[in-house]
Design a binder for this molecule. Structure first.
Ligand code: ZN
Length: 92
């Protein structure tokens, strides 16, 4: 089954962007996700309090922060996060 690894780091929290569902601001969680079967990219976790949904998103401006946080991290040691828990988006 397709799974995602999750990495918790406080540095990932506090980034805001418009929610793709409702357009209200949503804020990033202290969580990064790694798609095992995807493109090998890390995604940032976001939560919309209005839709009560978690999103996983990537954008070029997140990459320096992602690089900083994931440097030296062994993905295989991270806990699994089941698919279907959140919405997945690519580049906005
Ligand atoms: Zn929303």
């Amino acid at each position: 089954m397709y799974k995602r690894r999750v990495l918790n780091d406080e540095r990932a929290a506090g980034i805001t962007r418009p929610c793709p569902e409702c357009g209200r601001p949503q804020t990033s969680l202290p969580e990064l996700y790694f798609d095992e079967k995807g493109l090998g990219d890390w995604l940032l976790g976001f939560y919309c309090f209005y839709d009560r949904e978690t999103f996983a998103a990537w954008a070029p401006e997140y990459q320096p922060l992602i690089d900083e946080i994931t440097q030296g991290v062994d993905v295989s040691t991270l806990p699994l996060w089941p698919e279907g828990h959140m919405k997945h988006e690519g580049e906005l």
